[in-house]
Design a protein around this ligand. Structure first.
Ligand code: KIV
Ligand code: NA
Length: 270
């Protein structure tokens, strides 16, 4: 059994090798993805993808800890990073430390991720100095949906570009080992990647980043509701699952399932 990738292994890829990241929320998905990616991200996107909320704001710390633990138990190679949910870290750096420490201790993951720029730099510094590796997240930050007024791409004006670039710099300077850059125009993604010493992980942010992340359900064709422009669907598992369920149900109705081979013998052979 090979050793699990650690935070310094991910950080060391800057300027060397791209970093492949996928989301996972469950043991079964973690097992399937673990051999193929460097990082498994337990994203708070699970609020929308698994729980059907229309934003990530209702996601709780307990939900993230439950799913984070499942992904750690279902993986052995990937570095597991768990999202800090809305309102679990913005209040103070002490609140952030307390909740990040719970996530690390109760799931066994390697790092937490939190959204925000300059305003979160002090918190990132506080966590990192106390032994909690942090992945940042700038650009389109879904937990700020109310302030941003939706999920539109960011960085289309000069002012917005400058703001996101200083956000990225502040979080990187505070000690983040990696930075998700979401939903920004390509020149900005390139500028951020050149400006910061940590690995940038893009989503809807072009190939100019040091790595990429996608929501696995999107890439697998499992999440039908909406496919963003930046997703490439590598599989269409939705219809595969539908066909399996239909075949099973038809067999049940026709009494073709279970078959003789699925039935326990009445007596033990002696
Ligand atoms: O919650 C999530 O899945 C994320 C990634 C898309 C970066 O934050
Ligand atoms: Na997230």
């Amino acid at each position: 059994q090979s050793k699990r990738l650690a935070v310094p292994d991910i950080a060391a890829r800057k300027g060397r090798e791209p970093v492949a990241v996928l989301t996972a929320y469950t043991v079964s998905m973690a097992r399937l993805l673990d051999p193929h990616v460097e990082v498994l991200l337990v994203g708070d996107s699970l609020g929308m993808v698994l729980y059907g909320f229309d934003s990530t704001l209702p996601v709780t710390l307990d939900m993230m800890i439950a799913h984070g633990g499942a992904v750690v138990r279902g993986s052995s190679r990937a570095c597991v990073v768990v999202d800090m949910p809305w309102a679990s870290y913005q209040e103070s750096r002490e609140q952030a430390f307390r909740n990040a420490a719970r996530i690390l201790a109760e799931t066994g993951c390697a790092a937490v991720k939190l959204e925000g720029g300059e305003e979160m730099a002090e918190t990132v510094d506080f966590l990192v100095r106390r032994g909690i590796p942090v992945m940042g997240h700038v650009g389109l930050t879904p937990q700020a949906v109310n302030a941003l007024g939706g999920y539109r791409a960011r960085g289309r004006s000069d002012a917005e570009q400058a703001k996101i670039l200083s956000d990225a710099r502040a979080v990187a300077e505070a000690g983040a080992f990696a930075l998700v850059v979401e939903g920004v125009v390509e020149p900005l993604a390139r500028a951020v990647t050149e400006a910061v010493p940590c690995v940038t992980i893009g989503i809807g942010a072009s190939a100019a980043c040091d790595g990429q992340v996608l929501v696995s359900d999107d890439l697998l064709g499992l999440y039908g509701a909406f496919t963003p422009k930046f997703v490439r669907r590598y599989a269409e598992l939705g219809p595969v699952i539908g066909e399996a369920a239909a075949a099973y149900a038809a067999d049940v109705r026709a009494r073709r399932f279970p078959g003789a081979e699925h039935v326990f013998a009445a007596r033990k052979a002696s």
